[in-house]
Design a protein around this ligand. Structure first.
Ligand code: NAD
Ligand code: TYD
Length: 347
């Protein structure tokens, strides 16, 4: 079994690569990544020398590169994570989101179809998506697989679009696909533009913690390692053509999460209680900021027996420990272009 994982040098992708390389030594795993600002081969140091792992630097928007890669390797499966993934960047520069998330996905779909069309048996195209395609909830209710799409940000609109293309390749060409839509992930190796690693880094450096609006928005947080285990289960046992929501039944308002993070950081850094929370600074809200995301993952639990392995408080504690134990990683990824991004975004 030869599986192509796209975006494997990013946050979730690196955990998925690590999981598949370690759990399935009999599989060959090829990681295709363009090494954008978010891609980092340091995330995969522990698996880079494994005999069942290969890295290819390539861009999914480059159609001929993708076609020749499929011709050369005849993959049995694809797990597609490569994407532009940050909502704030999508507000500032939407074009790249259309190119990577929509055009890049269509390039992969076409390459897989051309390569497999003689015999789809045993093949699988697994598209990794987000709960943000469903839009925003009020105070009640959960996103199910039947919730109509209602994306608001350029990021979620591009992911919604890519989901539609994946389903279209199934319905039109019979491509064997599966899709999952997951809630917000947290854990090690996440680029510090997203809430949790950004705030850990700022607390470490005693910099302000920029809370958008009143901090009342709600997100449903899942440990990235639990996402990787769900992807394994869905890749192997999900029904062809089906969609599975993945989430941890773990809703937090941003401000409650930030206060918990501050408490943990005070403890771990030996600071006075309240020292980190004093850095909280309310700033202008994000444009089109979705109020609440919450996932109903009962289909995945019922049909495929998956469930999250860890409580949020424990996962967050472990996550903080990882960043504090890997401050060189943080220093490396926040040097250079990151500084410019930060100044422009939060000035
Ligand atoms: P990330 O930004 O950390 O990583 C994305 C990876 O894709 C990087 O390694 C980057 O170099 C690579 N990439 C970007 N453009 C590329 C291109 N044109 N060609 C090849 N590689 C390219 O993102 P992430 O948070 O790990 O998210 C991975 C996937 O999971 C995305 O599809 C995202 O929409 C989805 N997702 C993320 C979350 C979350 O909370 N982070 C939740 C649900 C779903
Ligand atoms: P983020 O990690 O960007 O994920 P997403 O927008 O995909 O949910 O943001 C999580 C929440 O935290 C979201 O409601 C926006 C908020 N947020 C802030 O308040 N300040 C920040 O600096 C960032 C990056 C996010």
């Amino acid at each position: 079994m030869h599986i192509l994982i796209t975006g494997g040098a990013g946050f979730i992708g690196s955990h998925v690569v690590r999981h598949f390389v370690n759990v399935y030594p009999e599989y060959l795993i090829t990681n295709l990544d363009s090494l954008s600002y978010a891609g980092n081969l340091e995330n995969l140091k522990d698996v880079e020398r494994k005999p069942n792992y290969r890295f290819v630097k390539g861009d999914i928007t480059d159609r001929s590169c993708i076609e020749s890669l499929f011709e050369e390797h005849r993959f049995d499966g694809v797990i597609h994570l490569a994407a532009e993934s940050h909502v704030d960047r999508s507000i500032a520069s939407p074009q790249q989101f259309v190119l990577t998330n929509v055009v890049g996905t269509v390039n992969l779909l076409d390459a897989a179809r051309n390569c497999w069309s003689a015999d789809y048996g045993g093949k699988r195209f697994y598209h990794i998506s987000t709960d943000e395609v469903y839009g925003s909830l009020g105070n009640e209710g959960l996103f199910t697989e039947e919730t109509p799409y209602d994306p608001h940000s350029p990021y979620s609109a591009s992911k919604a679009s890519s989901d539609h293309f994946v389903r279209a390749w199934h319905d039109t060409y019979g491509l064997p696909i599966v899709i999952s839509n997951c809630s917000n992930n947290y854990g090690s190796y996440q680029f510090p533009e997203k809430l949790i690693p950004l705030f850990i880094n700022n607390i470490r450096l005693k910099k302000p913690l920029p809370v958008y609006g009143k901090g009342e928005n709600v997100r449903d947080w899942l440990w990235v390692i639990d996402h990787a285990s769900a992807i394994d289960v869905i890749y192997h046992r999900g029904e062809n053509g089906e969609t599975y929501n993945i989430g941890g039944h773990n809703e937090w308002t941003n401000i409650d999460l930030i206060r918990l993070l501050c408490e943990i950081m005070d403890r771990k850094l030996g600071r006075e209680p309240g020292e980190s929370a004093a850095l909280i600074t309310y700033v202008t809200d994000r444009a089109g900021h979705d109020l609440r995301y919450a996932i109903d993952s009962s289909k995945l639990q019922r049909e495929l027996g998956w469930q999250p392995s860890i409580l949020f408080e424990e996962g967050l504690e472990r996550t903080v420990e990882w960043y504090l134990g890997n401050q060189e990683w943080l220093e490396q990824v926040t040097s250079g272009a990151y500084r410019e991004y930060y100044e422009t975004m939060y000035r």
